[in-house]
Design a protein around this ligand. Structure first.
Ligand code: ASP
Length: 315
């Protein structure tokens, strides 16, 4: 099997001034994940490495730069899944660690449970040697500005479920297949700007934000969380591929059916078990990238496909 990785940097009303930073961050993340696969690393290692790079990048709503809840705090969530044996690890309501995806990966490998939240997730992370960071160190100026705007507009009924606002979306995700044909998926987010304290979205919920099955493929989603989780978007795409439907068709149809039914938007990246790529979003924009045959393919606008010659310097 020829290894492959695809990443996304979130779907939504991404303002023009965030476009270039997201495209640059996509090329870095996909290159980092690709290098792990080239070195013979596993799909799980590759998706974690790609997501870690985006958790460090302020252009994305994950790790540092995560959006804020109504109380002005970061509360992050992440999930990771292994398509070989359907093992999963997920965390939610993480406030003082830089890399929720790495804690989720530890849940996958070292816990009898699948999803840990809040204080329990913190206790688990500390037990496994993860170091805390001051919660304020995760807050960017952009995230503060986005929350200020929501509070000023005073549209609390909307903000309780979150709104797609400036800097308000930008969950990150990665799907990879390694040389052994194993599939892994990782997704990480700060959620929705102005969300209620304690709100849990789609990202840590297996079947909504993340799904991987070596027999079919892998999917990571982004967009309006309450909508994605009602539709179990990741698993809906996987189900459509079971009869051999192409990843692109399955992704497009599931996202569009979800939007038609629930009147809200999202996007997804998909790999079939054969390495076929699916990318679709009903949101205004979604950043994505993958590497194939020595080129990085990437984009952010509907229908856009940019091509950049791959070199390790891309990161
Ligand atoms: N799906 C995420 C959430 O609702 C937001 C995003 O994808 O940007 O928590």
């Amino acid at each position: 099997m020829k290894p492959i990785i695809i990443v996304h940097g979130g779907a939504g009303d991404i303002p023009q001034n965030r476009v270039q930073g997201k495209l640059d961050g996509m090329r870095v993340a996909v290159t980092i994940g690709h290098e792990v696969l080239e070195r013979g690393g596993s799909a799980l290692e590759a998706v974690e490495a790609a997501v870690v790079s985006m958790e460090l990048d302020e252009n994305f709503n994950a790790g540092y730069g995560s959006v804020l809840n109504l109380r002005g705090e970061v509360e992050m969530e992440a999930s990771i899944m292994c398509g070989k044996n359907l093992d999963v690890g997920a965390v939610t309501l993480i406030k003082d660690f830089l890399h929720p995806i790495s804690i989720a990966h530890k849940v996958l490998t070292d816990s009898p449970h699948c999803l840990l939240g809040a204080e329990g997730a913190k206790l688990f992370a500390l037990e496994k040697g993860f170091e805390t960071v001051p919660p304020e160190s995760l807050i960017s100026e952009n995230a503060k500005a986005a929350l200020r705007k929501i509070l000023k507009d005073g549209d609390y009924t909307k903000t309780e479920i979150g709104v797609a606002d400036e800097g308000g979306v930008g969950t990150v995700g990665a799907v990879a297949i390694d040389a052994d044909g194993h599939i892994a998926v990782a997704t990480s987010t700060g959620g929705m700007s102005g969300k209620a304290v304690g709100r849990i979205g789609d990202t840590p919920q297996i079947g909504s934000g993340t799904y991987a099955d070596d027999n079919v493929g892998g999917v990571s989603t982004t967009g309006h969380g309450e909508t994605i989780l009602k539709f179990c978007l990741a698993h809906s795409i996987i189900n459509k591929m079971r009869d051999g439907t192409h990843a692109d068709v399955a992704t497009r149809n599931a996202v569009n059916e979800m939007t038609a039914r629930l009147k809200n938007t999202a996007g997804a990246i998909t790999l079939s078990k054969n390495g076929d790529v699916g990318i679709h979003f009903s949101s205004n924009r979604m950043s994505w990238a993958y590497i194939k045959d020595g080129s990085i393919f990437y984009g952010i606008e509907p229908g856009q496909v940019l091509v950049h010659k791959y070199s390790p310097d891309c990161k």
